[in-house]
Design a binder for this molecule. Structure first.
Ligand code: ADP
Ligand code: MG
Length: 319
């Protein structure tokens, strides 16, 4: 059952289409990530979804309420739909506790007290409640921003690359904690990012956006194993074109290296990465360069290798 939906939403700036007939339906409490490269229309999409930007055409619905755009509504935006982006500003001279309670100004004082206490607890911020934003790490500040947005118990939380300023360790920790808090609260969440790995850490369900259009939507496994286009496939890993075969590709992790075989190449570059060595191999036939994983860290520049792969791992990708 659809709870939060965008129906055929389009948006053009003067000369350019940022969103093209974009439709989406989410059930209550559903989590979705939207992944797309920079400029694919992610921020435009979320601002329209929050009622903060006027679309060229199309509708946004929350339950049986149509979301009014800034041209239709005196005070743009809704308490039910909160948008958080990477440059979200906290009040610099207010403590963590004051920042979180700010949106609850007009609420019953008793409720306000309990709500702030519960958010501080859920997000592990009790220790920091009397600090100013500048006395916190980037990850902690972003958590306070999220707590502030959650204060009024929004139905929908829209996250626009909120982790971009954080280092990887902070980011993974925050995503993990956030997932718990949001699940418990039953909030409906749309998370947009250019980083597929971040998306997969927060949600299983992912929509791929390219040039303002939906390219593919599915769970992580389906997208990885059955990408519809090269663009989708490349979000997971590089892909190597198989010589003399039309639109047939193989991933670096699906190539095996042997001392015998048919497809011969030479290692021309070798990089020591966290989980495996990454090799660049120039194929003898045609001179094309493949990227291949070497999990045993066995091969070096100059080595001759034969490349093998299973037919079932071959991706057939057009466009
Ligand atoms: P993303 O968040 O995925 O990077 P955006 O929604 O910010 O994408 O932008 C989508 C497209 O619309 C881009 O090509 C961008 O240059 C263009 N765009 C965004 N905002 C404006 C604006 N205010 N005026 C003109 N063009 C814009
Ligand atoms: Mg953006």
């Amino acid at each position: 059952m659809s709870y939060f939906s965008l129906r055929q939403v389009s948006k053009s700036y003067e000369s350019q289409t940022a969103l093209h007939e974009f439709s989406l339906e989410l059930a209550k409490g559903e989590f979705l990530s939207i992944v797309g490269e920079s400029g694919s229309g992610k921020s435009t999409l979320l601002r329209i979804a929050a009622g903060l930007m006027t679309q060229s055409s199309g509708e946004v619905w929350l339950g049986d309420q149509q979301i009014q755009n800034p041209k239709q509504k005196l005070v743009a935006g809704y308490d039910e739909i909160k948008l958080i982006h990477q440059d979200y500003h906290l009040f610099p001279n207010a403590t963590v506790e004051e920042n979180i309670s700010r949106p609850l100004m007009n609420y019953d004082p008793e409720y306000k007290k309990l709500r702030v206490k519960s958010l501080l607890e859920q997000l592990g911020l009790e220790k920091y409640k009397d600090r100013l934003p500048r006395q916190l790490s980037g990850g902690q500040q972003q958590k306070v921003a999220i707590a502030q947005a959650l204060a009024v118990e929004p139905e929908v939380l829209l996250l626009d690359e909120p982790f971009s300023h954080l280092d990887t360790i902070q980011k993974h920790k925050l995503i993990f904690e956030l997932k718990e808090v949001l699940r418990e609260s039953g909030t409906t969440v749309i998370f947009v990012t250019h980083d597929l790995d971040d998306a997969l850490r927060l949600t299983d369900s992912v929509l791929i956006l390219q040039k303002g259009k939906v390219i593919q939507k599915g769970n992580s496994r389906a997208l990885c194993e059955h990408p519809k286009t090269r663009y989708v496939a490349r979000l997971f890993s590089p892909i190597n074109l198989i010589p003399d075969r039309l639109d047939n590709y193989i991933r670096p992790a699906d190539v095996r290296l042997r001392t015998k075989g048919e497809l011969l190449g030479h290692v021309i570059d070798q990089r020591f990465l966290v989980h495996y060595n990454s090799l660049l191999i120039r194929l003898r036939n045609g001179g094309q360069v493949w990227e291949v994983d070497d999990p045993a860290r066995k091969y070096e520049i100059g080595d001759r290798v034969y490349l093998h792969f299973d037919e079932e791992k071959v991706l057939v990708l057009k466009g």
